[in-house]
Write a new protein. Structure first.
Length: 124
């Protein structure tokens, strides 16, 4: 697990986010994975490190491949959120709260939860 993933997981738990699946392979033919996702709500989280030191996500070829992957995910009905280490370090609640709200909304809208309070109960 990377430092960025550990930081995300810590903030996610602190904010009371629902359980997520790590490294879900959403497109087996391409071996594409999400860093974290909520399978039932079809909400994915991509953690983009190296944004200030020329990492893969900001170089031309890596950026183009990320676009292809995220476009395919969106076409399959996934809501994909991208986060950088700066976003998590500087304002974690500002960036994670909308993701939690999107998971809640998708579960309620699809009839999987009668209300948001059930999201964290043992019976959900």
């Amino acid at each position: 697990m990377s430092d960025l993933e550990a930081m995300f997981d810590t903030y996610w738990r602190t904010l009371g986010g629902p359980l997520l699946t790590p490294e879900h392979q959403f497109e087996p033919s391409r071996k594409w994975r999400f860093d974290r996702c909520h399978l039932m709500a079809r909400v994915a989280i991509e953690l983009d490190g190296g944004t200030h030191n020329g990492g893969r996500h900001v170089r031309g070829d890596g950026y183009a491949k990320d676009c292809e992957k995220l476009n395919a995910a969106t076409a399959q009905g996934w809501a994909v959120f991208r986060l950088t280490s700066d976003m998590l370090r500087d304002a974690p609640a500002q960036h994670l709260t909308p993701i939690i709200a999107t998971i809640e909304r998708r579960l309620v809208n699809n009839g999987w939860l009668q209300d948001v309070a059930n999201l964290w109960s043992d019976s959900a």
